[in-house]
Design a protein. Structure first.
Lengths: 189, 413
């Protein structure tokens, strides 16, 4: 049995490339978490545990050591109210910028997400603050200025008039008429 | 010296309730300096800095935000300072009630997000699944070289989600804005929203938003977004929007009122697929239509495609786009390449080239090249420094330097 378990867990270093398994401290969880909360090996791993604590490998163990996705195994305890003392902060595991980028949602990856996030943010902005601080909204939406071109590409000022005529409602999100007047009619005030 | 002590004591007292709890702190400083010809064709040398700090506790019920910018033009001797956020949110009855005080960028308590000096209180019901509250304050608008503009604002908001794993999320807002300070009327807006995803084939995720001026005018915005996920590697998105804003709706006339004499309708389709750990490609098609004068409509469109390749540390992204309207057309590309120099250092190159033709000018081209270095000063602190060269064959050339320092750290109790 011991050899089966050793071979089952040998591939673990391969998962270390994902970063999150590397973060998981099995020794710490064994001594401080599992026994106190009666969490069994078979709760996460592809094993079956009998009443006398004898472990039998399941057929699926040949393919993967885990019963569920790693994400689900971690979130079972680190989200929700099942284990109130388990740390719930995202950065308990996602504690570097790389590990945060690993969980970036697929719809955020497209080039146009910046101009399309508005619909979801208007429908449910509480979801945005799971990862973003309000400062990140403020950075683009409040600090509208002609110095840094934060929101538009560097050359945008040369051909902005084409897109302004295509979808003028997008300009309304941040600018008013006086922003146009500043350059086109020599400025205001 | 005495002032520094007083400031330190004030900060400790103010930040005390926040930093005494486990949480995440983020600090970011963006600095920009450029030497260039301004839009008035005169030389300008602007220095611009934006600095922000945020602290969010693990319970997500307490937070603290600071965000400000300053700008100085060494040539024109102009100076500007804007405080966008200085805000704290406290939980004054555990899991029952919250209070938010100060200047903040309000996104989810208001219908039309803006910087507001406000006090707001909200109450939690049904095991935190419902939140209802009120907000009173003064909305502000900032732009460089302009006086701040104000509007009195009052709002009520309600959010509710069902107890499912994939809940129905409902939201409603009513908001009054009084623009009498700029000799304009006051308006009351209403909003209803819905968000839901289903754990079935294609995993559809739907967002619906309806906003309307509850007074006599005919201003409104209706939006629908649907994202579909045929697999964990593929996404399709559809966005539909109907938008109409009257000319006297805000501090000033909205830009859309310059061009549009009717409702603006927009439809866009997006596609993205992650081919393997290294390759991602995506695209977008968007079409907008509205009346430029009664009975005469116009249609504009945009097409964009993206290919990205990345390995450990290496990152190359190519983006091509074309858009057109009755104002002309533009065709361009953007390339971004990030290459690691060592474990802690990487260099980054961005290049953009666009050809365009407008109704107001002949065919022209513009290019921009940026070369930067980024390094991890320590585990949670990243510094990025870049130089930039911009050129337009008709207007001007300019050169800029940018730096970004990001620090984030957390405290576990």
């Amino acid at each position: 049995m011991r050899w089966i378990l050793i071979f089952a867990f040998l591939p673990m270093p391969l998962f270390a490339r994902t970063g999150l398994i590397q973060k998981f401290d099995h020794q710490f969880h064994e001594t401080k978490v599992f026994s106190q909360n009666k969490i069994k090996c078979s709760d996460c791993h592809n094993l079956e545990e009998s009443r006398d604590q004898k472990m039998t490998p399941l057929e699926a163990l040949a393919r993967t050591t885990f019963k569920k996705s790693i994400k689900q195994i971690c979130h079972d305890c680190h989200q929700g109210e099942k284990f109130p003392t388990a740390p719930k902060a995202c950065y308990t595991c996602h504690d570097t910028q790389d590990r945060m980028l690993n969980i970036k949602p697929l719809n955020h990856q497209n080039a146009v997400w910046k101009s399309q996030h508005a619909t979801q943010a208007r429908a449910d902005s509480s979801q945005c603050v799971n990862c973003h601080s309000v400062n990140q909204c403020s950075k683009c939406h409040s600090a509208r200025n002609p110095v840094t071109n934060t929101n538009h590409s560097r050359n945008y000022k040369y051909f902005h008039s084409i897109e302004a005529r295509m979808s003028p409602q997008k300009c309304d999100t941040c600018h008013n008429k006086s922003y146009c007047v500043r350059c086109h009619l020599g400025g205001v005030k | 010296m005495k002032q520094i002590h007083s400031a330190a004591i004030f900060l400790l007292l103010f930040l005390g309730p926040f930093v005494s709890q486990a949480g995440l702190m983020r600090v970011q400083s963006d600095t920009y300096y450029s030497q260039r010809k301004g839009d008035d064709k005169k030389t300008e040398m602007p220095l611009y800095e934006q600095f922000s700090v945020s602290y969010l506790t693990d319970t997500r019920q307490e937070s603290f935000d600071i965000d400000f910018s300053y700008a100085y033009d060494f040539e024109k001797r102009n100076y500007d300072f804007d405080l966008y956020q200085l805000n704290g949110q406290f939980e004054f009855a555990q899991k029952k009630a919250k209070l938010s005080v100060g200047r903040s960028f309000q996104t989810y308590r208001l219908i039309r997000s803006s910087v507001v000096d406000s006090i707001s209180s909200s109450y939690l019901f049904f095991e935190d699944r419902a939140e209802a509250g009120v907000l009173l304050g003064k909305a502000r608008q900032f732009e460089l070289d302009r006086d701040e503009e104000e509007a009195n604002i009052s709002a009520v908001f309600v959010d509710y989600k069902t107890a499912d794993v994939f809940p129905w999320k409902w939201g409603a807002r009513v908001e009054n804005r009084d623009f009498s300070a700029v000799q304009r009327e006051n308006y009351t807006w209403g909003k209803a929203s819905l968000k839901k995803e289903w754990p079935v084939s294609l995993h559809p995720e739907i967002s619906l938003v309806a906003e309307k001026n509850l007074g006599n005018t005919s201003s409104y915005r209706h939006e629908m977004g649907v994202d579909l996920y045929p697999s964990i590697y593929t996404t399709y998105g559809v966005r539909l929007q109907q938008y109409r804003m009257n000319a006297d709706e805000s501090w000033e006339d909205p830009i859309s009122s310059i061009f549009s004499r009717s409702e603006i309708r927009e439809m866009s389709l997006t596609f993205g697929h992650k081919w393997n750990a290294n390759w991602y490609s995506g695209g977008d098609v968007a079409v907008d239509t509205y009346d430029v004068e009664p009975g005469r409509s116009t249609t504009g469109g945009k097409l964009e495609a993206l290919v990205r390749w990345q390995t450990e540390g290496q990152y190359v992204e190519f983006n091509a786009f074309r858009f057109s309207s009755f104002g002309g057309w533009a065709l361009g590309e953007k390339v971004r390449w990030v290459h690691p120099l060592s474990d802690k250092m990487e260099w980054e190159m961005s290049q953009e080239y666009v050809e365009y033709e407008k109704i107001t000018s002949a065919r022209s081209a513009a290019s921009s090249t940026q070369l930067g270095f980024a390094t991890w000063l320590w585990k949670h602190c990243r510094l990025w420094v870049a130089g930039e060269y911009n050129r337009n064959n008709f207007y001007s050339q300019d050169i800029s330097f940018l730096s970004r320092l990001t620090i984030y750290d957390w405290r576990e109790m």
